[in-house]
Write a protein that binds this ligand. Structure first.
Ligand SMILES: Cc1cc2nc3c(=O)[nH]c(=O)nc-3n(C[C@H](O)[C@H](O)[C@H](O)COP(=O)(O)OP(=O)(O)OC[C@H]3O[C@@H](n4cnc5c(N)ncnc54)[C@H](O)[C@@H]3O)c2cc1C
Length: 286
């Protein structure tokens, strides 16, 4: 399948790229592993692709002020292999390894995945559980968008059409915290039928804090804050955790498709949340 005709631009700076996005029919191209399939299916028909992959200095992972700073063109593979990520947020490397296949991980970027906001994408769940922000650059300058408000709807984010994610900033796991990503995937693409990321801290044998990111269940990735609250003070044990996570899909427009019914996805969400909380707690114990 071939995409519709389009023009291609390879700007050498972000400012130039932002200028090119003044054309309402232009789209940013990063790793191309979501955008190009959509173009081949003619579900997207941008008239101009603005390739940010030739802009120098957008591929990096740095540790800054207790945060991970990840450049726009940093691929899953670079995240998987980064010592900085392994020290600050090992769950991010673990989840990046779960994405697609080696070809997808070699080209696909974290920033592209967040901008695309696929409801079955893996990394949206992980960034919500870790917490942080997206640094975007646009015609009126730069701004930070809190990840809690970033995913708006299916394939829709808080980014303006003329904004480009320059950097993703994630909180490093606190000392003593444990984190886990549990996923039930679609076996051909490895997209998440349901994916759950949990970061917990413990106080003795009980859960002191919990942050949870859910993907694959609703139209967008979300945090089940009622479950996060319900876990606080509970022993990090099977029965107590199972009871606390039962509402993880409540109030969500749970999606159904040829791969899984809404009932099955909600069931997966409960099971995987329990498993992820218990695994994260196990890791927090050391
Ligand atoms: C066969 C296959 C299997 C896959 N399996 C999985 C999987 O198991 N799990 C999973 O999570 N994903 C999977 N993916 C999707 C993959 O992760 C994509 O690479 C990723 O979602 C998008 O990143 P990208 O860099 O390729 O973005 P692109 O495809 O280049 O862009 C995607 C969208 O984001 C916009 N965009 C990109 N970068 C920016 C930026 N810096 N600022 C603003 N907008 C931007 C683009 O304009 C476009 O609208 C799979 C893809 C394929 C082809």
């Amino acid at each position: 399948m071939f995409p519709a005709k389009f023009a291609y631009a390879a700007p050498s700076s972000l400012q130039e790229a932002v200028g090119l996005l003044a054309d309402p029919e232009a789209k940013v191209l990063a790793g191309g592993h979501s955008l190009l399939p959509l173009m081949k299916l003619r579900l997207a028909q941008p008239k101009l692709l603005v390739d940010i992959g030739r802009i120098p200095g957008l591929s990096y992972v740095r540790s800054e002020d207790g945060q991970l700073a990840i450049g726009a063109m940093t691929t899953y593979r670079e995240i998987e292999l980064s010592d900085v990520v392994h020290r600050a947020a090992p769950v991010l490397a673990e989840a990046a390894h779960e994405v697609g296949d080696p070809q997808v991980r070699a080209k696909g970027t974290l920033a592209g995945a967040l901008a695309h906001a696929d409801p079955a994408g893996d990394l949206p769940a992980v960034v919500l559980a870790l917490g942080g922000s997206v640094r975007a650059v646009g015609p009126s300058g730069e701004r930070d968008i809190d990840l809690d408000g970033f995913f708006v709807d299916m394939l829709t984010t808080a980014l303006d059409e003329r904004e480009i994610i320059r950097e993703v900033r994630l909180r490093a796991q606190q000392p003593g915290a444990g984190a886990a990503y549990q996923k039930f995937d679609q076996p051909a693409s490895h997209y998440a039928l349901t994916g759950i990321c949990v970061v917990v801290t413990l106080n003795g044998g009980s859960i002191a804090s919990a942050r949870i990111g859910v993907t694959g269940v609703g139209p967008k990735a979300y945090r089940p804050t009622a479950v996060e609250q319900a876990l606080i003070g509970k022993p990090a044990e099977e029965e107590a955790v199972k009871a606390a996570v039962q509402t993880v899909a409540d109030g969500i427009d749970v999606q159904g498709d040829i791969h899984a019914s809404p009932e099955y996805r909600a069931h997966l969400a409960r099971v995987l949340t329990r498993r992820a909380v218990l695994q994260a707690a196990q890791r927090a114990r050391g």
